[in-house]
Design a protein. Structure first.
Lengths: 321, 325
């Protein structure tokens, strides 16, 4: 199978879907050049009316995308950094999330809210967040968090065919990660978790970049602890069934996510496992997530973010109990 | 557009419809029939009616929140029955009884409303972008108040609309108060229309109690937008008679609004002014006035009856409307 970097798989998904549906356009700051190269080359192919550079105005980037979605288009609002989405909190959390519901289903909002997330680039507290938990918390928003090139492409294509608002967070530490990407047409359905590695002793549920850390650790522990790595791929809709199936096999769980620990994605997943498979657990669930601090800048960042070492320690701790 | 007798009667009737429906909702709220809260729009009907009565069906509007959009949405063709039913929390309401007060009617270019004042600007920019992309000479009329003009969202949306020449009319209902905040303590100039200069677009002040003046001024801005010449700002000087919301204090900061101020504005009631003008110009007679009043009251009675007799929504609807499938 051919290999592509994660970011080029994203670029390919955008190009294919824009060719397929002329209602799709990309709107945001410097999207014609493409700050992370997600949309690079698309303006040359599709023109300035479909790859629209805006003034520095995140609120109206979101509002324009959401408004155009109501009026029959399928825009991609590119916030550049996920942290910048907060500038458009009203548009994302009150308008995109609620307007189909609150208007009795009469208004459609097919829009992709697209942003780069994550730490590990030492770019400080307002360019490094993984604000997944707030999105997952909000009824009305779907959330895709791809961990590899093939998923990045397939999930984005699904997002661009979904008649609802989809938040699509791609991780800045994955941009150059090479991966197998099938040739030709394929999509990945939302709400279907993927077992990235099979194992029998410990289930690690990991999201986005943390999936790659979990796979690295699982490999290191081979021969000692057999680790199963499950990637939910979308946090809403959320495939708890695949996770429960794995938990019933292993009886031991570690949940890894890069958002802040407190009230984070890990807390929600842990509670759902408790509710559905308490009797299958042979040890308390362990969580690995960002410490309850802002993401620190420069060299201090590493002391806030979850690391492979933390994941390994959690797996070993849960395996011993 | 030069208005003939037929159009003048449409303006008069729409103002009366908005006024009487508003009065009925206030009364119904006092009687415990209204499911949510209410922000009366009495006193400023000329703005929404003058602006919306002769828009195209496929033009998009973001109504003012007063009267929960009554003057705008009735003029745009939406149903009074459905508006009333929504306020009574019924399944036949504009939003199926799920919102309680938002007007929504996509067939008439009304995509709904939000709870945050100032959020109309960014989504209206999106409708303007869609209208421009559609290439069918549609326009967007985005209404806002003096209060909304204090929001930063205004800047981002007006700036983008001006740079991209989006077909939008920014229509300000300056009624002098943002809830309890007088405009003089919230904005450093006399006219909100002055903001237009910063965006290199026309900014016009108009008497918001004069429905013809509103209609003519907005029409010029609409035609400009239809021709692809970009957005305009129209500021209508108007007033609201009642408190910010039903049951809330009617104050400026902490003191009652001056009674002489309210009385002075009521002397310039938009419906009364227009009725006097139509009578004095011999366009209508007192018999016409009585006939229109009766017809409007019959519509209001029927809308209330429809609302009261409609079923409450079933909560099983939630699972069907969280997402579109």
């Amino acid at each position: 199978m051919r290999q592509l970097p994660y970011i080029m798989a994203i670029n390919e998904a955008l190009a294919e879907e824009m060719a397929r549906n002329d209602k799709i356009f990309i709107i945001g700051e410097d999207v014609q050049a493409g700050v992370f190269r997600a949309s690079s080359g698309l303006v040359q192919r599709f023109g300035k009316d479909r790859v629209m550079d805006t003034p520095l105005s995140e609120t109206v980037v979101a509002g324009a995308a959401i408004g155009a979605a109501m009026a029959g288009y399928h825009p991609v609002a590119d916030f550049m950094f996920a942290d910048f989405m907060w500038c458009a909190a009203d548009e994302v959390f009150l308008k995109a999330a609620k307007w189909h519901f609150i208007h009795g289903g009469k208004v459609s909002l097919p829009v992709v809210l697209f942003a780069n997330m994550g730490g590990g680039a030492r770019v400080g507290p307002e360019h490094s967040q993984c604000p997944e938990s707030v999105v997952m918390h909000t009824p009305g928003l779907k959330l895709a968090v791809p961990s590899c090139a093939a998923d990045a492409k397939g999930l984005l294509k699904t997002a661009l065919r979904d008649p609802n608002p989809v938040v699509y967070f791609y991780h800045k530490r994955l941009l150059g990660l090479m991966g197998d990407v099938p040739d030709g047409e394929y999509t990945i359905p939302f709400g279907v978790a993927d077992v990235k590695k099979e194992g029998k002793d410990v289930t690690v549920v990991a999201t986005s970049y943390m999936v790659q850390h979990a796979l690295t650790v699982a490999k290191e522990l081979e021969g000692k602890i057999s680790v199963e790595v499950v990637d939910p791929r979308t946090l809403e809709p959320f495939d708890i069934d695949t996770i429960i199936k794995s938990v019933k096999k292993t009886g031991r769980v570690v949940i890894v996510d890069e958002d802040t620990m407190r009230c984070g994605v890990t807390a929600e997943i842990a509670m759902q496992i408790m509710e559905k498979a308490f009797d299958a657990l042979d040890a308390p669930i362990q969580r690995v997530a960002a410490a309850n601090y802002p993401i620190a800048g420069a060299y201090m960042e590493q002391y806030v973010l979850p690391s492979p070492k933390d994941i390994q320690a959690a797996i070993e701790a849960v395996a011993k109990k | 557009m030069k208005l003939g007798k037929k159009e003048l009667l449409v303006l008069y009737t729409n103002m009366l419809r908005a006024r009487r429906a508003d009065e009925r909702i206030v009364k119904a709220l006092q009687e415990g029939k209204v499911a949510s809260f209410y922000h009366s729009g009495q006193g400023s009907e000329a703005v929404g009616v003058g602006a919306c009565s002769f828009l195209r069906n496929d033009d998009y509007i973001y109504p003012h929140h007063r009267g929960h959009g009554l003057a705008y949405i009735l003029s745009k063709g939406a149903s009074m029955k459905a508006h009333m039913a929504e306020h009574f929390g019924r399944a036949t309401g504009m939003a199926g009884g799920v919102s309680g007060f938002h007007g929504v009617d996509p067939e008439h270019g009304i995509f709904g409303g939000g709870g945050t004042i100032g959020s109309q600007f960014p989504v209206s920019a999106g409708w303007g972008l869609a209208a421009k992309k559609n290439g069918r000479a549609q326009v967007v009329l985005c209404c806002f108040g003096d209060g909304s003009s204090n929001r930063g969202t205004l800047h981002e949306a007006m700036n983008l609309a001006a740079v991209w020449k989006l077909p939008i009319v920014w229509l300000c209902e300056n009624n002098l108060y943002a809830q309890w905040m007088p405009i003089k303590d919230a904005y450093p100039q006399e006219d909100i229309a002055d903001l237009a200069h910063g965006y290199n677009m026309p900014g016009v002040v108009v008497d918001g109690q004069d429905v013809i003046a509103v209609h003519e001024t907005v029409s010029a801005a609409v035609e400009r937008a239809r021709k692809g010449e970009g957005p305009s700002l129209v500021e209508c000087k108007t007033y609201r008679y009642r408190a910010h919301s039903e049951g809330s204090a009617d104050i400026a900061h902490t003191d009652p609004r001056p009674p002489e101020e309210i009385e002075a504005w009521k002397k310039r009631d938009p419906i009364k002014l227009f009725q006097e003008r139509l009578l004095s110009e011999g366009i209508i007679t007192h018999t016409d006035v009585d006939r229109i009043e009766k017809a409007v009251m019959a519509e209001v009675d029927e809308a209330e009856k429809f609302a009261l007799e409609s079923p409450l929504p079933d909560p099983s609807i939630f699972a069907k409307i969280l997402y579109r499938v």
